[in-house]
Write a protein that binds this ligand. Structure first.
Ligand code: MLT
Ligand code: MN
Length: 305
């Protein structure tokens, strides 16, 4: 199984368009310890020819243009992108669908809750339903991923409910839920006896989450924030991480502590917010992650599983 990290950052990317923080200034200045990152997505393939994208980032066009494996090889129109699976309907997970609108078939997989949000937004009709079948995922039911024509990609997808919330543009007063409503999915991907879990959005590392990820050869974990009050402390938001639907990395309930005793192959943080000091290769926080056996995803990272 080949895995490409197309984007490592949370919504907004790193640097974010309106952020003047020291870290974002370092990224703009080309500081090698503050590498820019696009919005989170990975691509997975078993044959290197046909790829499944996990989420369609707003940066997808650029991600394709710098990733030869995702570029068309047969004329006049084609794409190695055979399927896209959505973990939620946040802007940073779905906006890239609009980039895939030029009439080339692929299969689109998502939970019915997310498909209903797309159905209600007519702009997504530019992704033509006659070419791009929208396939509903059921929680805890494995499916063989197939392209639009029905040919299997050799990947089995097992979606499960992750603690999280509805997208920002649809949320109510107290949106975070551990209910099994399908707003946010964790994805287990299996191929050739290997198991990868993608959990780029996760509000709480519950016992259910711990059990779900245990034993995976590779975990991509929600690394949005280092600490729960990071955005409040930076004076850029009144929201805690928990309120935003993201468990923090640090702290007694954080991802590192809560997953410390869970057996895993590689553990990689993804979907890092531009405020997160772990984005900086020379930070004390990054050194702590190294010592704890955690990696931080970066754009262009390639993994062979
Ligand atoms: C999130 O992950 O919390 C969202 O992407 C936030 C957003 O939509 O900006
Ligand atoms: Mn996001």
């Amino acid at each position: 199984v080949r895995i490409l990290v197309l984007g490592a950052a949370a919504g907004g990317g790193f640097p974010q368009w309106n952020a003047a923080s020291p870290a974002c200034r370092r990224a703009r200045a080309g500081d090698p310890a503050a590498l820019p990152a696009t919005q989170a997505s990975i691509a997975v393939s078993t044959d290197g020819e046909r790829w499944l994208l996990v989420n369609a980032s707003p940066d997808l066009r650029w991600q394709i243009e710098r990733t030869p494996a995702l570029q068309p090889r047969r004329g006049p129109r084609s794409s190695p992108i055979a399927a896209v699976v959505l973990t939620n309907a946040d802007v940073d997970a779905v906006a890239g669908l609009l980039t895939l609108r030029e009439g080339t078939p692929f299969a689109l997989y998502a939970h019915p809750t997310v498909l209903a949000i797309l159905d209600r937004n007519p702009i997504f009709e530019v992704v033509r339903r006659d070419l791009v079948p929208r396939r509903a995922l059921a929680l805890d039911e494995p499916v063989a991923v197939r392209d639009a024509a029905g040919t299997p990609l050799g990947l089995t997808l097992l979606p499960f409910a992750a603690p999280g919330k509805a997208p920002l543009y649809l949320e109510g007063e107290d949106p975070v839920t551990d209910a099994l409503t399908g707003e946010v999915l964790g994805l287990e991907l299996r191929a050739g006896g290997r198991r990868l879990v993608y959990l780029g959005n996760c509000a709480v590392v519950s016992e259910r989450v711990r059990a779900r990820v245990a034993g995976a050869d590779l975990l991509f974990m929600d690394g949005t924030l280092w600490s729960d009050d990071e955005l409040v402390a930076a004076g850029v938001s009144e929201k805690t991480g928990r309120r935003m639907g993201h468990v923090s990395i640090d702290g007694p309930d954080g991802a590192v502590a809560r997953l410390a005793d869970v057996p895993l192959g590689r553990r990689i943080l993804i979907h890092l917010n531009n405020s997160n000091p772990a984005l900086l290769a020379d930070s004390a926080e990054r050194a702590r992650l190294d010592a704890a056996g955690w990696e931080v995803a970066r754009d262009g990272m390639e993994i062979l599983l």
